[in-house]
Design a protein around this ligand. Structure first.
Ligand code: TRP
Length: 490
């Protein structure tokens, strides 16, 4: 039978796992949520939740993956009778996230090109697009964004280019594709981010951005938000963000864990992934927030519009060097998005490839990568056509209901199903499966292979049975509340 090839080095694994975790959520989600939810206090709560919940689920997923040596579906199948269907939930989540992730990844590629255009004063640059539109009543960022998402054809082309790049990397396999790309891409992302931070923090007026992010109460005092959220809301916001940002609850870490060598230390790797992901989220804030407050103080403060409208305005007002920083910034966002999308596609591909191999059909990575990419591409086209709800085909418009969290655009709809329901549910059930059905010993055994020690065993056992499931229920409730506006939290 064909051998199942895994990561060549622990560094390669770590970069791939951090790559999966570091994504769009770190760049437009974390800095804003931190600012709007209590600054430094939010960070502390985030870190506590990351330890009590993120770390536990991360170790659990890596252990399940490595123990079985299988993708999410086969892993649960091998371990549990009651929970054997859970891997499919992961595959479904992976598809739902891919639909909008690839559309946004395409936007990022387009913005690299817009800034290259500006650098050479070419007709495809953002400045030229703005001039051609002739509408000076709106900012450059707004005009360029609306022109782009309004021409769905172009958005679709870039979305599909992103799908194809993702597919080509996954086609290369774990060691040959994913590990190679992430081992170069993640350090490069880090360096580019550092350069952008230096530029952003030395702008006049940058301090306001730092205060917004770190000083508790500053956002309210300065009228950025109307009133401070209550403690429970902060808790559920931090939990939801932590959870999505660490790529948990949908089998991504099970899949990567299944390719990890038995001699590597699971506990240490889980901690490093969490530390690095949080670090990049903070660093992204140090770049985005000072720049936004210094150069586009009236602009958006979070979400896709921060990334594509406000940040483009920032580069526009930087003068001659603007395009260079624009290219650097959007390129680093492309890297962040690709390293996440490949792990999403791998969740799907790994399952079918393993299945075929076990059935003695040999290595079918190529056809399955292509098929999965086509499936992801089809609904990615829908998200591109929708253009963040600007083009009149949003779920709310089609159903003729008032737009709310889940229905104002297709991106939010897919995000709601995955991030709002499937992922937190997946992690909650995983804790119950490990804590109550299989017993936490199974994780301890896996962590202690080849002379490694699982120092946090006692902590893990208590958390996985009691503390983490309770927090997961809170996170699930918080996500349902924010997507469906149920008014449980205020
Ligand atoms: N962590 C990614 C981000 O911060 C998003 C994400 C959620 C993800 N689940 C995932 C990425 C699974 C890859 C695999 O943007």
């Amino acid at each position: 039978m064909e051998e199942r090839k895994g990561f060549g080095t622990n560094f390669g694994f770590l970069m791939a796992a951090v790559g999966s975790a570091v994504g769009l959520g770190n760049i437009w989600g974390f800095p804003n949520k931190m600012g709007a939810s209590g600054g430094f206090t939010f960070l502390i709560i985030y870190l506590i939740l990351a330890v009590l919940c993120g770390f536990i689920v991360m170790v659990g997923e890596l252990a399940i993956g490595r123990k079985t040596g299988k993708g999410a579906v086969a892993a649960y199948h091998a371990l549990s009778k009651k929970f054997k269907w859970m891997g499919w939930m992961g595959i479904l989540s992976a598809f739902f996230i891919l639909f909008f992730y690839c559309a946004l990844g395409g936007y990022c590629i387009k913005y690299v090109i817009l800034n290259v255009g500006d650098l050479f004063g070419a007709g495809f640059g953002a400045e030229a697009v703005y001039a051609a539109a002739g509408d000076t009543s709106k900012s450059l960022g707004d005009v360029v964004f609306n022109t782009f998402v309004g021409s769905s054809g172009e958005a679709i082309i870039f979305g599909l280019i992103f799908v194809v790049i993702t597919m080509l990397i996954v086609l290369g396999g774990i060691g040959g594709g994913i590990e190679k790309v992430c081992s170069v891409g993640m350090p490069a992302l880090f360096v580019m981010l550092l350069i952008c931070i230096v530029r952003a923090c030395t702008l006049d007026g940058a301090v306001a951005g730092l205060k917004y992010m770190f000083v508790p109460g500053w956002a309210v005092e300065n009228g950025i938000i109307a009133e401070a959220p209550d403690f429970l809301t902060v808790l559920s916001t931090a939990g939801g963000q932590m959870f999505f940002s660490l790529s948990l609850g949908m089998g991504a870490m099970i899949t990567y864990g299944s390719y990890l060598h038995k001699k590597e230390n699971l506990q240490k790797n889980a901690l490093l992934i969490i530390i690095m992901d949080t670090m990049v989220a903070l660093m992204a804030g140090l770049c985005v927030m000072p720049a936004r407050f210094a150069l586009d103080p009236a602009g958006n403060i979070g979400g896709p519009k921060l990334l594509f409208i406000t940040m483009q305005n920032v580069f526009h007002s930087m003068g001659t060097l603007g395009p260079i920083f624009g290219i650097l910034f959007y390129l680093l966002v492309v890297f962040a998005a690709i390293s996440s999308s490949i792990s999403l596609l791998e969740v799907i591909v790994a399952h079918f490839v393993d299945d075929a191999r076990d059935a003695g059909k040999g290595d079918k990575r190529k056809p399955y990568s292509i098929l999965a990419a086509i499936a992801a591409g089809v609904l990615c086209v829908l998200v591109c056509l929708d253009g963040l709800g600007e083009n009149g085909i949003a779920p709310a418009t089609l159903l003729n209901i008032e737009a709310s969290g889940w229905s104002d655009c297709w991106l939010d709809f897919f995000d709601c199903v995955a991030e709002g329901i499937l992922m937190p549910l997946g992690a909650l059930l995983m804790c119950i499966c490990i804590g109550w059905e299989l017993g936490p010993q199974i994780v301890d055994d896996e962590c202690c292979l080849e002379g490694n020690r699982f120092k946090s065993k006692a902590f893990f056992n208590v958390c996985v049975k009691y503390i983490t499931p309770i927090i997961m229920i809170l996170i699930l409730a918080g996500q349902l509340d924010s997507f469906f506006g149920l008014g449980w939290f205020s």
